[in-house]
Design a protein around this ligand. Sequence first.
Ligand SMILES: [Zn+2]
Length: 307
Amino acid sequence: MPGFIKPTTLVRKAEVAVRQAVGAPVPADPRRGYTDTMEVISPQLLIGYKKQPSAQHYPSDTMKSAAAEATRLAARIVRKANDEFAGIMMLRRKESALMQDVLDKHFGLIAGDTAGGYLKDNIVDKKFSFRAVAEKDRRWVLEKIRQNMLSLSFHLNTGVYLIDIDASRRDIKVGADFNPATASQNEEAYVGHTKTKYDATSWRATNWKAVTNSISGFRKGEMHVSFEMLENYSPISYARVIIHEATHKYLCTADEAYAHENTYGTLSLTQALNNADSYAWAAVSLYCGAVKMGSPNDVNPDWAQCS
Ligand SMILES: [Zn+2]
């Protein structure tokens, strides 16, 4: 399917044309963007990128299909996670051993531990009582995660918009001129001001700016991914990156710690409930049927995941 010109680009072009036609000065574009083209890749995926001369074949068909496959897989992974939580919360299914392990490793929710008195109790498969319904207990935590997984699943299954980072060519950034030679070439994805970056020795967040008033995914900014870098990831790693970014956009999570950092295991329950990687890796783990996570000793962005 051919790409089409971004509406904001069209509006700007029309304004410039009208002003030129009547001999009026053309003011600088206050919302100047780098990307100018949108393309529907699949029923779930709309992408934005800067159209290059056709001889460059950029973004390539492989980049587009990798993004489409990862988006499809991300939706499937989170739908499965949502089903698992819904089964426990709504059908009162027992927590599987895997679920208990996932909650322990990715949310620091360890059976019997009250998170320093934050929870009234923390009992796996606690017997139902009306009195416990209003309590801050283990089920209260699971219900919070379930609602977040449901919201994520809804958004990922409805469709996502991914904008290409295009680090090696992007010459406009946040509305201003930018020299691509100075761009970081190892940024895999970000939403708004949140960034996930990969370099030879570490993963880290840069230029973090908290968005505190954000209740809507729109105010948080769009999901940006590097088509060039992620093309080489396994589909499930690519999907994990999309899920991670989607939690920033739709759940307003922060990067309290990445799963491959030593501090990950020390996050408090409240931090983990607000941590992008916790949701992404928990969902991947439930999908794979085993606890998965990045490791501090291994900076390979693919890590050991299932297919
Ligand atoms: Zn992040």
